[in-house]
Design a protein around this ligand. Structure first.
Ligand code: S3P
Length: 458
């Protein structure tokens, strides 16, 4: 149990950054392991999720050394067909990304393997990957649970055949699983997504010279086709520098909006499939502007683009609200897959904004690290907000003058994003809270508490 006592914030300019992007860190570890090169990853996220992925590839015979303090990871890749049978079960911990992406790779190997994880992972739905992988010829069994197949996943490695598959759920994890399995398949593999999802796998594979084609569809989705390469390699750069995680930055963006502190965040990933929270906020009336001078006076959010990193757009974000009133609205449903990880912190924004925040068609939240509709509703209710749960979202009545009662106790259900959202509510309202578990924050943002500390008045 953590008793969190917030301190007064520093209102003058604070400049900081957040750790490396979780999605890109996982993919970099996975794909670098499949090259025959010595790859250095810089600014890799050293959270428990990514450390588990490193551990798994070590068990699969890849030599990986890392420094937790610096986020430097050295990988001696074994080549596309060089992975070795693991001696034990492979443990992804809490990571849905790891289990789904790595399943795609293990399905096409010449050895058998078992992927498992923590209590949360063992309840997460895997039919969504088992179905397409089985169509490719894979042999995967899981536990039967509530009409689903859940980990542990027992994978019998086998030869795969390319398929064309339309995603029934907008999920970058499922898309990436199939595309990665496609690297080992006979013939081309096409994934059709009717709603756009994050596209880091496509960007990384392209950066490695893989023949991958993306065709925009009439809807805002696309079809992605991958031709299996003979080898995977980076041509120009053996050092992969990971941009900072927009989803982690989102917690600080919302804190700065509510408290009107002047905050600049450096080198954040601005891939449009990740930064759509800014579009949502703009739609709610927060001015957002691109600039070449991040220090200019502007009542709103400024974005200064810098050179792209690893094919991903990046830049600085300055939040400096002076007069703008925070208002709520309805989140456009086509943006839901693009802001799925930001909904817990958007709910905290909604608590301190005027009007009603409506989130609909977000049923995927039910099967994240926790049932995030239920955990958000419980958290907001405990924080004194008026929130109504729906089957695929919620609506919540906000109030710019909202006050939180001292020492309310939040149960994040071991979900990192709920725990961080609760801390932001505490800091924003300058009210002490209790948090049943704060260790889960290590999953994605190990220095979260230190960064909050940096924002306090000294
Ligand atoms: C991720 C995709 C998202 C996201 C998760 C990371 C990824 O999941 O929620 O935190 O790295 O591909 P879905 O694509 O399943 O929604």
């Amino acid at each position: 149990m953590l008793k969190y006592q917030p301190k007064p914030l520093n209102p003058t300019t604070t400049i900081t950054t957040v750790p490396g992007d979780k999605s890109i860190s996982h993919r970099s570890i996975i794909l670098a392991s499949l090259t025959k090169q010595d790859i250095k990853i810089e600014k890799c996220l050293m959270s428990t999720d990514c450390l588990n992925t490193i551990n798994i590839f070590q068990q699969l015979g890849v030599s990986i050394n890392y420094q937790k303090q610096t986020g430097c990871v050295d990988i001696n890749g074994v080549g596309l067909h060089g992975l070795k049978a693991p001696k034990t079960q492979l443990n992804v911990g809490n990571s849905g990304t790891a289990i789904r992406l790595i399943s795609g790779i293990l399905a096409g190997q010449s050895f058998n393997s078992t992927l498992t994880g923590d209590a949360s992972i063992q309840t997460r739905p895997m039919k969504r990957i088992i179905l397409p992988l089985t169509q490719m010829g894979a042999k995967i069994t899981g536990n039967d649970l509530h009409n689903e197949k859940c980990p542990p996943l027992h994978i019998t490695g086998t030869a795969l055949q390319g398929i064309t598959y339309e995603l029934p759920i907008a999920s970058a994890q499922v898309k990436s699983c199939i595309l990665l399995a496609g690297l080992f398949a006979n013939g081309k593999t096409t994934v059709i997504e009717t709603k756009a999802t994050r596209d880091h796998t496509e960007i990384m594979l392209k950066g490695m010279g893989v023949d991958i084609k993306q065709i925009p569809l009439k809807s805002q989705g696309r079809s992605i086709t991958v031709i299996p390469p003979k080898t995977l390699s980076y041509r120009n750069h053996q050092t992969l520098t990971i941009p900072a995680d927009f989803s982690s930055a989102a917690f600080l963006i919302v804190l700065a909006l509510i408290t009107k502190i002047d905050l600049t965040l450096h080198n954040i990933n601005l891939n449009p499939t990740r930064s759509s929270l800014l579009n949502v906020l703009e739609g709610f009336g927060i001015p957002v502007k691109e600039t070449s001078d991040i220090t200019e006076f502007f009542d709103g959010i400024l974005i200064k683009r810098s050179a792209s990193t690893l094919g991903e757009p990046a830049g600085d974000i300055r939040i400096n609200i002076t007069n703008t009133l925070l208002k709520n609205g309805t989140v456009p449903t086509e943006l839901i897959p693009l802001i799925i990880d930001e909904i817990p912190i958007l709910a905290i924004y909604g608590l301190f904004a005027l009007g009603t925040l409506t989130v609909a068609e977000a049923e995927e939240l039910r099967v994240k690290e926790s049932d995030r509709i239920a955990t958000i509703v419980a958290m907001i209710s405990k924080l004194g907000g008026t929130i109504t749960e729906t089957s695929a979202g919620f609506y919540l009545q906000g109030n710019p003058d909202h006050t939180v009662s001292d020492h309310v106790c939040i149960d994040p259900k071991f979900d990192h994003r709920i725990a961080m959202a609760a801390i932001i509510a505490s800091v924003a309202s300058q009210t002490p809270i209790q948090l049943l578990d704060s260790e889960c924050i290590e999953t994605s943002f190990p220095n979260f508490m230190d960064i909050i500390q940096q924002l306090y008045r000294t």
